[in-house]
Design a protein around this ligand. Structure first.
Ligand code: DSN
Length: 425
């Protein structure tokens, strides 16, 4: 799409909404401006292509399609069947898995489907502790996973802040869990999925790898894949994979029938066919060589941004990054993650506060900030911009002066203007 076509595309969408609902239209335009003018460094966010956006905004939102291609509970499914088959086949090609279910509405529902397919209430499940990098759905006490199963959390080592695989093996021998959940939402290092699967299988446990954050790297072979080793692999489709907001589960062929039943009718009703169409488009994009180049660039950007922040004296959890994300440990005596997030937000830099391993602050306050490069890399930013961003972050975090934050905001807007997103607002 050239610039002229992009402008026409957005003008069509926004005019249609404005005529029906000016209040929503104003919020949409403001959000587009916010995305365009700021620096998006939330590690789980990205910017989809106009093609993915268009598929999401398509007529397939009108269709009910409970069931699976060729075995639906509704008539008129011949075209939604086409897109679901395309999405499934492209997912299989992208990840080399036997089977893919592309219907989960989210990562949480993808994970819930696997729990339903594998475990009975009260059985023992392992997950990495949330403040050590895990996820709510990996057994947090306030989440259905923590409420339904007997959860044992494994941790990172205090010295290296990397997963303590030895302690995990000891715990597995002791508890013999039904399922070991691995994968993370705030862990900057490569995960040894083969080792975790070996540990699990020694104890007759199954493994679910949640690759929501690292799916893009796994797809292009720049993070070791869990697919050959783990019974189930779940992901979201909107992070490094750069597709629509949604989820997916992959599994071995012999587990496919039970998994499909767990997704529908187990956890969900009608699939979101417009989102599945957009997943098919995103997977086609991810199969192109240019997507691999994007992932190479995103990883390089993360390394440069992390090293530059370290040069300014910021301490990084685990001492660096192998992935798209990094965590600054602001220290128990430093400003809190919440303060850092608020302050950076005032400067037009969007990050999220995060707990760090062995944090003494509560999760809503936290002692860390999580930073990622997927979105800024999609805009076309490279190494020089990462060095500039590190400088801007450093200035904001070290200053109590609102005038400094406002000055940085001006510089952020200038930088963002050089990398327009979806055309100028
Ligand atoms: N909320 C997502 C993240 O930011 O990592 C995980 O679900």
């Amino acid at each position: 799409m050239n610039q002229h076509e992009r402008t026409a595309f957005f003008s069509f969408l926004e005019t249609a909404v404005r005529q029906a609902d000016p209040e929503v239209a104003t919020a949409l335009a403001s959000e587009r401006r916010r995305e365009n003018e700021g620096l998006e460094l939330i590690a789980s966010e990205n910017f989809v292509s106009p093609a993915v956006l268009a598929a999401m905004g398509s007529v397939m939102t009108n269709k009910y399609a409970e069931g699976y291609p060729a075995t639906r509970y509704y008539g008129g499914c011949e075209f939604v069947d086409v897109v679901e088959e395309l999405a499934r086949n492209r997912a299989k090609q992208l990840f080399g898995c036997d089977h893919a279910n592309v219907q989960p509405h989210s990562g949480a529902q993808a994970n819930m489907s696997v729990y339903l397919a594998t475990c009975q209430p009260g059985e023992v499940v392992f997950g990495m502790d949330l403040s050590h990098g895990g996820h709510l759905t990996h057994g947090h006490p306030l989440n259905y996973s923590g409420k339904t199963f007997k959860v044992v959390h494994y941790l990172v080592r205090q010295d290296t802040e990397t997963i303590d695989y030895d302690a995990l093996r000891d715990l597995a021998r002791q508890h013999r869990p039904k399922l070991i959940v691995c994968g993370a939402s705030a862990y900057p290092r490569t995960i040894d999925f083969k080792l975790i699967a070996d540990i699990a299988h020694e104890s007759s446990s199954m493994v679910m790898a949640d690759i929501a954050h690292i799916a893009g790297m796994v797809a292009v072979g720049l993070h070791p894949s869990p697919v050959p080793h783990c019974e189930y692999v779940t992901t979201t489709t909107h992070k490094t994979l750069r597709g629509p907001r949604g989820g997916m589960v992959m599994c071995k062929a012999e587990l496919a029938e039970a998994l499909d039943k767990a997704v529908f009718p187990g956890v969900q009703g009608g699939p979101l066919m417009h989102i599945i169409a957009a997943k098919a488009v995103a997977f086609a994009e991810a199969l192109q060589p240019v997507y691999r180049e994007y992932i190479v660039e995103l990883l390089e950007n993360a390394k440069v941004l992390c090293a530059s922040l370290q040069e300014f004296g910021w301490r990084m959890v685990s001492g660096g990054t192998d992935t798209h994300l990094m965590l600054i440990n602001l220290g128990a005596d430093g400003i809190s993650g919440k303060k850092a997030e608020d302050r950076l937000g005032k400067a037009g830099i969007t990050v999220n506060k995060n707990t760090v391993p062995f944090d003494t602050r509560k999760p809503y306050i936290g002692s860390g900030v999580r930073i990622g490069t997927p979105a800024v890399t999609t805009r076309g930013m490279g190494r020089n911009e990462m060095k500039t961003i590190a400088k801007l972050i450093d200035r904001v975090l070290r200053s109590e002066d609102e005038a400094v934050w406002a000055q940085v905001k001006g510089e952020v807007e200038e930088l963002a203007r050089a990398f327009p997103l979806y055309g100028q607002v």
